[in-house]
Design a binder for this molecule. Structure first.
Ligand code: COA
Length: 462
């Protein structure tokens, strides 16, 4: 007799198997094949349903950060408030089942996630390897970028440096050149794709250079190794290539953090900027500066800072549920948010948080780590405290409650750098969407704004 869980997982395996292609085609060829069907679907939707309402918008939504307003076409992922993220319909555990890992590894390779996000199809292990190779071949930084990054003061925040490097990489934008030479609109996507791949390929060397310049010795940084995958190279260039567990963790983190629907601040920013036909480098640089806000990507830095302050204040030997509870209340009463908790959409524990916790559960050294134990203990107390506090709509942890602590345990302790790793990851989703926006010929974004008086007038006459 199969348990319910097994039946569900067998059923989904059969469905998932259909998504796997026995093909040797490249990512660009596969993408070229799936684009026409989507173009046709969009055309039909526009022709048959353009004037149908999607929802009614309330005053609260307009003055409340546009929460829940359905206004962005975004295909690769959908975020359910209770279930969390699904990539092309697959949950994180389902992606972990089907997306190829690195040879000898277990965790999803970001390359396989990129393929899946772009095409909705599961690549074979060989296709993933080919993509790793292609990325490695594109991965070296141009000299002028190295000089630019090396000229920046080490006190400049790593995220500021990353955005500057990404923006400057547009010196070589294939999209911008194609646009200037008058290429047809229907071909935009292919040039956006070239930029997307080159940017994803160069993010590890750019990000590693920033790390080395600020925190380590740059002179011994290894070159991009053509035989390594994206994260294998990234870990190597950071100086952690020998740490297989950290490399696996980074693969998992970067893969599952790559996309989180279209309305989050970084994704929405790249989409908006890209809609002006700014090239993918400039669009993603803008997204990175949204990511650099403490309510968004910077939260992973803030969680670590907060956890360490808690350890310092309470004293490692005095950490109990009661002392954590008191520290949580002190944080809240001083008017600060508890970093790593709450979410704009989610109303349950973030499945990305759960996936990272499961990673920890399989490694005794992580289970024994005081920082990771503190994450777990905080999780046992914080939701009740936040519920009693009564403000947040979601007292449960988001991914950032756990993400930095594992890096810290493995010796990557410079937490001001953590959002850069998030930036390497989020490129997968944002750049996928830029390619698709060009493939679908989406127009420049231009929502309607209203003055306070306008809103009042509309509300009182309703
Ligand atoms: C993520 C976040 C920005 C979502 O904001 P939001 O959609 O406005 O959240 P809510 O609707 O639940 O906010 C309602 C109130 O609860 C507060 N709140 C939300 N999360 C909170 C938290 N973790 N700690 C304390 N207060 C919190 C908000 O600041 C807001 O207070 P206000 O009415 O005084 O302005 C918010 O939960 C937060 O600041 N979390 C901490 C930072 C973080 O972890 N960010 C990473 C997100 S992946």
């Amino acid at each position: 007799m199969f348990s319910r869980l097994q039946v569900v997982s067998f059923r989904s395996s059969a469905a998932l198997a259909q998504r796997r292609l026995a093909s040797t085609k490249s990512l660009k060829q596969t993408l070229g094949e799936v684009i026409p069907a989507k173009q046709a679907q969009l055309k039909k939707l526009k022709a048959e349903h353009a004037s149908k309402p999607v929802q009614q918008t309330t005053v609260e939504q307009v003055i409340g950060g546009m929460r829940g307003i359905r206004s962005i076409l975004w295909d690769a992922s959908v975020l359910d408030p209770n279930e969390g993220i699904r990539f092309h319909g697959l949950s994180i555990p389902e992606c972990q089942d089907v997306l190829p890992p690195a040879p000898g590894g277990k965790e999803i390779l970001p390359e396989s996630m990129l393929w899946f996000l772009m095409t909705g199809q599961v690549p074979t292990a060989d296709q993933t390897r080919e993509l790793s190779r292609e990325l490695a071949e594109r991965g070296e930084l141009p000299k002028y970028i190295e000089q630019l990054i090396d000229s920046l003061p080490p006190t400049l925040h790593p995220m500021t440096q990353l955005g500057m490097g990404v923006a400057a990489l547009n010196h070589e934008s294939a999209f911008q050149k194609a646009y200037e030479s008058g290429v047809k609109k229907t071909e935009y996507w292919a040039y956006a794709y070239e930029d997307a791949l080159t940017l994803i390929a160069r993010l590890p060397s750019l990000s590693a250079r920033i790390y080395r310049n600020i925190y380590r010795d740059r002179s011994s940084t290894p070159a991009v190794d053509k035989n390594l995958d994206l994260v294998g190279n990234y870990a190597n260039m950071l100086g952690f290539g020998d740490n297989k567990d950290l490399t696996e963790y980074l693969r998992l983190y970067i893969a599952i953090h790559g996309d989180h629907e279209g309305g989050n601040a970084s994704a929405h920013t790249s989409h908006l900027v890209g809609s002006t036909l700014s090239d993918p480098y400039l669009s993603y640089a803008a997204a990175l500066y949204a990511l650099a806000g403490p309510l968004h990507g910077l939260a992973n830095q803030e969680v670590l800072r907060w956890q360490l302050a808690m350890q310092d204040e309470i004293g490692a030997e005095n950490i109990t549920h009661d002392t954590i509870r008191e520290f949580l209340w002190r944080t809240l009463k001083s008017g600060q948010v508890v970093p790593g908790y709450g979410h704009g959409v989610l109303r349950k524990s973030d499945p990305r948080f759960i996936a990272l916790q499961q990673f920890c559960d399989t490694r005794p050294d992580l289970l024994a780590s005081p920082t990771i134990q503190l994450v777990k203990k905080t999780f046992e107390v914080a939701p009740d405290v936040l519920t009693e506090h009564g403000k947040t709509k979601n007292p449960w942890p988001n991914v950032d409650a756990a993400s930095g602590c594992v890096l810290y345990h493995y010796g990557l302790r410079e937490f001001k750098y953590y959002t850069v790793i998030f930036g390497v990851s989020r490129a997968l989703g944002c750049l996928t969407q830029i390619v698709w926006a060009r493939a679908l010929g989406l127009p420049i974004e231009r929502p309607k704004s209203l003055s306070l008086n306008d809103i009042e007038k509309i509300a009182t006459s309703a």
